[in-house]
Write a protein that binds this ligand. Structure first.
Ligand code: HEC
Length: 495
């Protein structure tokens, strides 16, 4: 039984992602974009003697926290990283995959660039500079085991059915879908899933996973061979009288499910409504054959509710609409290609999550907020189309953007053979729904704030800013208090 989903959003025609560690640095990274470096550190800078670094004392705790969710039996990753004997042969590869930190192929798959923008995210498994330094020193030193007494107690994993959001209050199941081992991609509506709710409930978090009948270990050298649901765009609403459709006026949009995408954890003040007598409408699904075997699969939707009686403080999900799916013109065989998209925020807006979405040629995306003369780079993240990730901001770090802010997204593409996600680097490509064509959107979501909410959230931020140099890049107006008249008069009087 599979317990995690992994993104492999390539279609059948995209080759598996097999990054030979030695070539990662040389090919995938070089020339892809302005961030070519591997992140190498010296443990001495952290006051640690390289010769002292051992598996049991330093490395095992890192693997437990950031790797074993996947790298364990039944965890979905190709090998277990639990015992020394299992880890030792992978030492060099672990060093390579972690030191490329935010580039295609990096482990853990979470690609936020740490040298700029906002760095506080929910569920962030990424490694600190010191942890990278420890791994590097350990691998370079022959990967010593160390004293068994230093070994932390093993993590306990529930058998087979773990949800990252915790035990759901409600699990909904789609109908079964079967795809042949090899066949064209398919799009379609796979119908309604009644929730059975007899009262309205607000959902706090949701996780979607594919359960299928591929034997464990099948197609284990890439996540692409494990799943047939490429993505699912779904909504919900109240069922009509005969239960055959949902009433359009009650339709609620949900964040997209994509293979391997992490769970949605909504902010405390926001809930997604699931009404009494409602159903999920699995309206737009995209399937691809996994190239291994005929596979039958369904999706499970795990939902955790806010307590009964909860009323959200935030109103609507904001429609930011940052991106451009149509006017894409991608030249073959060239790295560092850029796409730009702009939109203006019509309401005060809090960005809840950033979810860069490109296709196979994509290597990086940045978002900026332009306010007045200033450009605030909120985040730049690497992109690997094998792992479509979203980055959920901590509530008190999420961008608070005034109405009128211009949002700017920059997508970076690499169509040279160095990009291992590409099927073919020789052809021109435009926009399109298949992974071999291109997309360029921020699929992240945001909430609209009233003037009052906006002012009060900014006041909360300002209260934490003890020093004028403590700058919040996601809050352009946090320091923009108007000078009092007295100060203004004094100043003009001095001139
Ligand atoms: C979300 C699940 C997940 C997490 C977390 C994760 N991995 Fe992986 N890892 C995978 C999968 C799936 C693959 C195979 C596909 C790929 O390479 O993308 C993989 C591949 C690898 C490989 C290459 C294996 C090969 O065949 O060459 C290494 C090395 C690796 N991971 C190390 C790590 C380390 C070290 C961590 C933690 C710091 C980690 N991974 C965290 C899922 C994960």
């Amino acid at each position: 039984m599979r317990t995690r989903l992994f993104a492999y959003v390539a279609t059948l025609t995209v080759p598996v992602v097999m990054l030979l560690p030695a070539t990662v640095a040389a090919q995938s990274i070089a020339g892809s974009d302005p961030h070519p470096a591997v992140h190498l550190y010296d443990v001495a800078d952290f006051g640690i003697d390289a010769a002292e670094v051992t598996f049991t004392k330093h490395i095992a705790p890192i693997l437990q926290r950031s790797c074993q969710d996947c790298h364990r039996p039944d965890g979905g990753a190709p090998m277990s990283l639990i015992d020394y004997e299992q880890v030792r042969p992978w030492a060099r590869s672990i060093k390579t995959r972690t030191s490329i930190r935010d580039r295609q192929g990096a482990m853990p798959p979470f690609y936020v660039e740490k040298d700029l923008g906002i760095l506080r995210f929910k569920d962030d498994p990424s490694l600190s500079d010191e942890e990278l330094a420890l791994i590097q020193a350990w691998a370079d030193n022959g990967a010593p085991r160390g004293d068994l007494n230093d070994m932390p107690a093993p993590r306990e994993f529930a058998q087979g059915s773990e949800w990252t959001i915790g035990e759901p209050d409600l699990v909904l199941r789609s109908r079964d879908v079967t795809r042949p081992a090899i066949g064209p991609d398919r799009w379609g509506d796979i119908g309604l899933v009644p929730t059975g709710l007899t009262e309205d409930r607000y959902v706090k978090s949701v996780e979607v996973r594919e359960i299928n009948d591929l034997p464990p270990g099948a197609g284990s050298d890439t996540v692409g061979g494990r799943y047939i649901f490429h993505h699912m765009t779904y909504s919900s609403g109240v069922l009509n009288e005969d239960g055959t459709a949902i009433d359009e006026d009650t339709r609620v949009r949900w964040p997209i499910h994509e293979v391997g995408r992490n769970a949605d954890i909504f902010p405390e003040k926001f809930g997604t409504l699931l009404q009494a007598n409602s159903a999920l409408h699995l309206g737009a699904s995209h399937f691809h054959s996994n190239g291994i075997a005929e596979t039958t699969a369904h999706l499970e939707f795990g939902l955790i509710f806010h307590p009964k009686g909860y009323a959200p403080e935030y109103g609507n999900r904001a429609r930011v609409g940052l991106g451009n799916g149509n006017d894409i013109d991608v030249v073959p065989g060239r790295s560092g290609q850029e796409m730009h998209a702009f939109t203006v925020l019509n309401q005060h807006t809090k960005l809840v999550a950033f979810e860069p979405h490109l296709h196979a040629p994509g290597t990086r995306m940045c978002i900026e907020a332009i306010w007045g003369r200033n450009h605030f780079t909120l985040n730049c993240v690497g992109y690997d189309h094998s792992w479509v990730k979203q980055y959920v901001y901590e509530d008190d770090a999420a961008p608070l953007l005034p109405k009128g802010t211009i949002m700017h997204a920059i997508g970076f593409l690499d169509t040279t053979p160095g990009n291992k996600n590409l099927a073919d680097s020789r052809n021109w490509a435009g926009g399109g729904r298949r992974s071999v064509a291109n997309m360029f959107i921020d699929l992240g979501y945001a909430v609209e704030l009233t003037e009052e909410q906006f002012q009060s959230e900014m006041a909360e931020r300002r209260a934490t800013m003890t020093d004028r140099n403590k700058y919040d890049v996601g809050c352009p107006l946090c320091w923009a208090e108007a000078p009092s008249m007295e100060t203004a008069t004094e100043e003009s009087g001095q001139q």
